[in-house]
Design a protein around this ligand. Structure first.
Ligand SMILES: [Zn+2]
Length: 230
């Protein structure tokens, strides 16, 4: 299984292995990076108590994502705890079960052509997404750190971070995520109310940078008291 190389390998079909899987090398590279990201985010307190989930697009046509299985400690992920899933969240590689939120990862991968999607449950995103829910989002403006967001060149940039009502119905929530991505082009992430942050990037390193920038800015807003007056 680990040595199954390409989707065109004829012997894989004879052995009953589903042939639409992506190249093992691409998959294992993405998984290795996601393991490291999990350790770092856990250490920062952004994915405690098995919260959060991470994915990387490893094939566009057909759409395939490497994603964390559900319910795992993100500080000590092992490569075998990842899955490869297709565009309908069916598992095509690995033994675990995808998180219910896998549908949101797919909505983002499709909606903004993201190459990686990272989801965290920090204290700061939980506080801010509750306190600002009635305004529908949070405006981030005037901070030098905004320049860490892809395409942003000046601290004068105004970044809108939409807040969506939380839900356990991932089909319905996935539709609202897709609508938000259509209606607010250019955003770098969004919050689910009293739940957490979703952000993304062209690749994993860009997505990781966006988590760091947005978490930094949310922490600044709460610690400075600036968020209370909004
Ligand atoms: Zn979550």
């Amino acid at each position: 299984m680990k040595n199954t190389k390409t989707r065109s390998r004829p012997s894989s079909a004879r052995r009953g292995i589903r042939t639409a899987r992506t190249d093992s090398h691409t998959y294992s590279d993405a998984v290795a990076d996601l393991v490291e990201i999990g350790k770092g985010f856990y250490a920062r307190g952004w994915v405690l108590g098995t919260s959060g989930n991470f994915s990387a697009v490893i094939s566009r046509e057909p759409l395939r994502l490497a994603i964390t299985s559900t319910g795992l400690d993100k500080g000590s992920l092992a490569p075998q705890q990842f899955l490869e899933m297709d565009e309908a969240a069916n598992v095509v590689r690995g033994d675990g079960r995808p998180s219910a939120e896998a549908l949101l990862h797919l909505a983002i991968a499709r909606g903004v052509d993201a190459g990686a999607v990272l989801h965290t449950h920090s204290v700061w995103s939980t506080v801010l997404s509750g306190s600002h829910a009635s305004q529908g989002g949070i405006a981030l403006e005037g901070f030098e750190m905004l320049k860490g967001l892809e395409g942003v060149r000046t601290h004068k940039h105004r970044e809108w971070l939409p807040i969506l009502e939380n839900s356990q119905d991932m089909i319905e929530l996935g539709e609202r995520v897709s609508k938000t991505l259509r209606d607010t082009p250019g955003i770098h992430g969004f919050l689910l109310k009293e739940h957490g942050l979703y952000t993304w990037g062209a690749g994993l390193q860009e997505a990781k940078r966006h988590v760091e920038i947005l978490e930094f800015l949310m922490e600044v807003l709460v610690r400075s008291g600036a968020a209370q007056s909004a």
